[in-house]
Design a binder for this molecule. Structure first.
Ligand code: PLP
Length: 306
């Protein structure tokens, strides 16, 4: 392990030309290549850049343990399939994630992001060559958010039925077009909050721009059904396993923001920030159980047994 301070640990970049398997590799080309993260690497015509057409994942690595790798890779494939990208070689990706962790200096909290784009513009149909890369960097200090966040509900402008009626809206895909999600966070900050909650046009609380909603009502925990066009959260999966082990369960139900604000507690869960308890929703105070919040963080980070 390194004695260097976290901030000085340089990010690691790996290019993954073997993303769709060995058949797409040139003679002698390695499936995973360590690259210079400070040098230009992408073509300016890459569809990930020109159209935001691609998928990504952010994986948390805590004390060297890679969390929920298989669920992240399955979700990456799901997003890619929604954009009609070819089948990914998930074994190569898993190997690349492990390599990125090995190449990076030891830090308590590391974020490993996988990006897969449609590749350069102008490829003939059937000859698509995806662009894939992995970037690992030390996580920022999330202690403030883990102590509590003020959240505002913001209209997403599409109904909770969008995945069924309008699959081309890609609701529930983790695409490389996160400009709207970032704009939501800026709007939340303008309204004196740290995060936002997407609300469907038919009035239901959906998810945060980078997180899953979990709500407590008595001994019942509730999250948004994936069928409403939210991203199926891997952190939620870890928390649900922990709740089940403790004899509690988590149901899927659509709730209104008013119901969330009147609940016995609510969290926004994600792989890097972990469990952020909502202290206020649209200015209305919610109860915060810090002990339970810490337990959720430990479950997602693999620092506690389910
Ligand atoms: N919902 C959205 C829109 C996200 O972008 C994310 C993660 O970034 C999540 C939910 C939480 O997913 P996970 O718990 O797998 O990090």
């Amino acid at each position: 392990s390194s004695d260097a301070p976290v901030a000085s640990a340089a990010p690691v970049l790996l290019l993954v030309p073997g993303i769709i398997g060995p058949s797409a590799l040139g003679a002698g080309e390695e499936p995973i290549v360590l690259a210079d993260g400070t040098a230009p690497q992408l073509r300016v015509t890459d569809l990930g850049v020109t159209r935001g057409e691609g998928a990504f994942e952010t994986i948390g690595v805590f004390d060297g343990r890679i969390m929920a790798l298989a669920p992240h890779l399955e979700r990456l494939q799901r997003s890619a399939t929604m954009m009609e990208l070819p089948e990914l070689d998930l074994d190569v990706l898993a190997q690349a994630v492990r390599r990125a962790v090995d190449e990076h200096a030891d830090v308590p909290e590391l974020l490993v992001r996988i990006f897969v784009s449609s590749g350069p513009e102008g490829g003939a149909p059937g000859t698509a060559r995806l662009t894939a890369w992995i970037h690992a960097k030390a996580a920022p200090d999330y202690s403030g958010e883990r102590a509590g966040i003020r959240v505002v509900a913001l209209d997403r402008g599409i109904p909770s039925t969008a995945p069924q009626t309008s699959p081309w809206l890609l609701a529930g895909a983790k695409t490389m077009s996160y400009a709207i999600n970032m704009a939501m966070i800026r709007e939340a900050e303008r309204r004196d909050a740290q995060d936002a909650l997407f609300v469907s046009s038919d009035g239901y609380a959906l998810e945060g721009p980078t997180s899953t909603l979990l709500v407590r009502r008595g001994d019942t925990f509730t999250t948004t059904p994936a069928s409403a066009g939210v991203l199926p959260g891997t952190s939620l999966g870890s928390v649900v396993a922990g709740l089940r082990a403790g004899g509690l369960d988590c149901t899927e139900e659509l709730l209104t923001p008013a119901e969330v604000a009147a609940s016995d507690g609510a969290w926004l869960l994600s792989s890097g920030r972990l469990a952020a308890p909502i202290t206020h929703l649209d200015g209305i105070a919610l109860p915060v159980d810090m002990e339970l919040s810490r337990r959720f963080c430990d479950l997602i980070a693999g620092r506690a047994q389910a």
